[in-house]
Write a protein that binds this ligand. Structure first.
Ligand code: ADP
Length: 267
């Protein structure tokens, strides 16, 4: 019943513009089988980084977005009824553990603690995954790696990772790149001109200064790419900025006026 993970291998290099020594650090951590925590605001490149690294390391990539309704069985697997009776189906984590691959759990702090503890025996010397519901203990494949990400910016204390979970990981902090680098990324991903990309990044950097002063998050690289792509489609810069940056970011009229002011001043 268990599929092999060859279909999860990434054939073509995902574009990733490194911003520091994160590629080297991550490679060293993976070589030592150290589970990794990637911290940083939403839309700053964590997922793209993981895709790029999975390609570089030639590891199948199994991704799962976590949320508070997720149960441990969503990760490890469950019994399902089919024509032959009840059959065990491995969840994404179990597949990566069994066949060898990089398991990426996005927004890991969103998961409840009874779910997060599932990874404990995998993240110490045991490297095992007990499947309580089917009485099996899966020994991790030598190519199994675990990477989780979260955004420390907007989480409540109740959702913080427990020290007993945290201390099993190494961590790399991600942030938004320097303006010039971010403009390069926006140009590459959206096809917009350098001048427009620089202008968009400048608006984003102004919005990021409003973080904590009404805004939970500033405009992300992802939003800049969406905006750039609309501009390439022939939408006016103002309309594109409104549609893909300022309107989605906040419902607060005053904040939106402030953001629109940044756009007006820039373009
Ligand atoms: P996160 O996982 O941090 O929420 P993503 O990795 O999905 O963010 O980033 C959003 C988009 O921004 C990506 O799809 C990619 O187009 C772009 N991006 C951000 N940072 C980089 C980078 N350093 N190199 C290449 N693309 C990037």
């Amino acid at each position: 019943m268990n599929e092999r993970l060859d279909t999860h291998l990434i054939a073509d290099e995902p574009y990733y513009r490194s911003v520091g020594n994160e590629v080297q650090l991550f490679e060293a951590a993976m070589a030592r089988k150290l589970p990794m925590l990637l911290k940083g605001p939403t839309g700053c490149g964590k997922t793209r980084f993981v895709e790029h690294m999975a390609w570089r390391l030639k590891l199948p990539l199994v991704t799962m977005a976590c949320n508070e309704d997720m149960a441990a069985s969503d990760l490890v697997g469950r019994w399902l009824l089919d024509a032959d009776g009840t059959v065990w189906h491995d969840g994404p984590l179990t597949q990566a553990v069994r066949h060898g691959g990089l398991c990426y759990l996005d927004e890991f702090v969103e998961a409840r603690q009874d779910t997060t503890v599932v990874i404990h025996p995998l993240t110490d010397n045991r490297r095992i995954l007990p499947l309580d519901k089917c009485g099996e203990v899966v020994k991790a494949h030598p190519d199994f790696r675990l990477v989780v990400s979260y955004n420390p910016g907007y989480q409540s204390a109740a959702k913080d990772l427990k020290p007993s979970t945290r201390q099993r990981f190494g961590a790399i902090e991600f942030g938004f790149p320097q303006a010039e680098t971010e403009a390069e990324i926006v140009m590459h991903e959206s096809g917009v001109s350098e001048e427009v990309a620089r202008g968009l990044v400048s608006v984003a950097n102004q919005s990021r200064k409003l973080r904590g002063r009404g805004l939970d998050e500033g405009i992300s690289t992802r939003m800049l790419i969406h905006t750039g792509a609309l501009i390439v489609e022939g939408i006016s810069t103002h309309d594109a900025c409104l549609l893909a940056m300022t309107a989605p970011l906040t419902d607060d009229i005053n904040l939106q006026a402030a953001l629109d002011g940044f756009v007006e001043a820039q373009f």
